[in-house]
Design a binder for this molecule. Sequence first.
Ligand code: CP3
Length: 347
Amino acid sequence: MNEMNERYPFLRACHRQPTKYTPIWLMRQAGRYMKEYRTLRKKFSFLEMCKNPELAAEVTLLPVEKFQLDAAIIFSDILIPLEPMGVELEFTKNEGPVLHNPIREMKQIDSLRMIEPEEDLLFLIEAIRIVRQELEGKIPLIGFSGAPFTLASYIIEGGHSKNYILTKGLMYKDRSAWDRLMEKISEVLIRYLNAQIRSGVQALQLFDSWVGCLSPNDYEEYVLPYSKKVIEGVDKSVPMIHFATSSSTLLEQMKRAGGDVIGVDWRVNLGEAWARMGYNMAIQGNLDPIVLLGQRDLIEKEVKRILDEAGGRPGHIFNLGHGILPNTPVDHVTALVNIVHEYSSRR
Ligand code: CP3
């Protein structure tokens, strides 16, 4: 970690160095629970917002201006790099993301293109530059991507899936097609994440949101080599947060796949997860986002429990266990950030 970055509690925690208080940021911190976001969304579609650098930068900064967050995350989506690969992407009002030409056989996999981030995704590069400039070094900026399995599931299913029947179908029935697809996605992600570092992000998060649907055996066999390849292929100058949900059965393997920080959801106790992975690893998490819909005393009780489980050890980054929900009251987010900072600094 260079000297400039030494002063950020978030980056210190990524490197398991002591901090004055536990740093906090929230997955999906710029989103529909903020009225400023909803106002902008009346004028622009989600993809328009992602693809306009000034707008994406503005949205990135909305929660940073409102809450005492310890990191910003660039406004984009894990599905953004799929478009230049040749996947037709749409965000629909009711179904969420829809990919109009799902990829299910070798011929289609072969037709997927490699990306040149600085050309194909210049809007993201520019958004990162603008945000870094506007943050004026106040807090660090996180870049991100989906992990190979989670992206493969969208590419194969054509959208969100309940049982991942087609994804697992390809995995089980056509090993060489699966490997070819995962290989291609991994190469795209290495380019994509390194381009984000070159543009100025100071940390990265790999979202393997849906990998918890796999058995530990299948994770080991079909996924771990690719997540590992991506993490190893990314420049080591910035810390990597490796996040998944429903992953309490996979923590040791995720650790082996790599990352400086492992992100966990609320289905596992943070104290137990950390003990299992070992304290030579930083950990991020893990408040149930639904707790933010409850009263302040519930929020306080749950925050204290999680901070007590972390036990004041260096290397804990507070976050939700998954993205913040659209109906979250804004003043509960203010309360959450303050409680985390106050209680952890008193410990
Ligand atoms: O965290 C942040 O604030 C940065 C921005 C960000 C978004 N999506 C913005 C977004 C990040 C990091 C993501 C990651 C993402 N996108 C994931 C991984 C994290 C997770 O939740 O597991 C996944 C699976 C996606 C795919 C995706 N994008 C879905 C399933 C949806 C629809 C669901 C929904 O909440 O509507 C999106 C849309 C999306 N991505 C929105 C935002 C703010 C809502 C768009 C809107 O305004 O309608």
